[in-house]
Ligand binder design. Sequence first.
Ligand code: HEC
Ligand code: HEC
Length: 265
Amino acid sequence: MILRASLPTAILALLLHALASAPARADALAAQRAEGREVYGRYCVGCHGEAGDGRGPAAAMLITKPRDFTKGVFKFRTTPTGTLPTDDDLLRVLARGVYRTSMPEWSLLPDRQRRALVAYVKSFYAEWEERGAGTPIALPRPPADLATAARVARGKELYAMLECSTCHGEGGHGDGPSAKTLQPDVWGNPQHPFDFTKGRLKSGAGVEDIYRTFMTGLNGTAMPSYADIFAEPDGENVKEGDAWNLVAYIVSLRTPAAPAGKAVP
Ligand code: HEC
Ligand code: HEC
């Protein structure tokens, strides 16, 4: 009898809790966004604009244009091509900045403010809640023997076979035959294939960042995702471990750093 009476009571209690906590969550999000709006107004608005459309007063002077957040298209993600980034992806961009562009790193901002910024940035795109972030792809750790000559040689074959060279060029200088004919990106800005000899990517310094880039692609640009090709190695064209072999080759294209102390022109 006690059981019978208490079960519905328990369900009722759960239901009441859920009903009460939904508005509480909405309030918390509204408060977080309000905080984000304030921080955004202080640090981001000059480039990304009041409306989040990438048209802040500084934008006209910048070669690489600030992101327009209203389209829901993001380049630097761990999520599959065509999907929205996770909060962690946006937090990573804030922590690192975008190297080689004017996008600063914000690692000195308190974590709470960075999370509030993420909530606010997402609010510029109306369909965010409905679509939700993509599910991050698996990002395995790099093999210990990444730099071996065998891996680099195999990577070179893949680079040719997968036609990275059409955009990035045979020597990796970003000067492949397609580079000059690429249409503007989805935001209407000119796009330039990365020059691998320069080293560190825009989105990160690690070899994992190279792997992530060609597995997820850079949404909004001509840089495609090759996840499908590497997902099912057929043992012939694509073999087990080939994704890291390609990374090994790309790393090998880097121009050796100038010796310390010597001025770099
Ligand atoms: C001085 C100009 C400038 C300021 C200030 C600035 N940004 Fe950026 N931001 C950029 C540029 C330029 C890019 C685009 C880089 C690219 O497309 O490669 C960018 C890219 C981004 C991206 C990456 C989007 C993607 O596609 O993955 C995010 C997120 C972002 N900014 C958020 C912010 C936030 C939040 C602030 C304030 C704390 C901020 N930015 C301040 C210039 C700026
Ligand atoms: C159709 C042209 C095209 C092809 C083919 C292509 N890329 Fe790219 N790639 C680009 C463009 C354009 C960018 C720069 C986008 C930007 O910075 O907004 C880029 C950028 C990159 C970056 C740098 C990302 C960063 O954070 O700076 C890497 C790494 C990369 N590509 C790897 C590859 C590999 C590996 C292949 C072949 C498997 C390949 N790409 C094929 C056009 C291409």
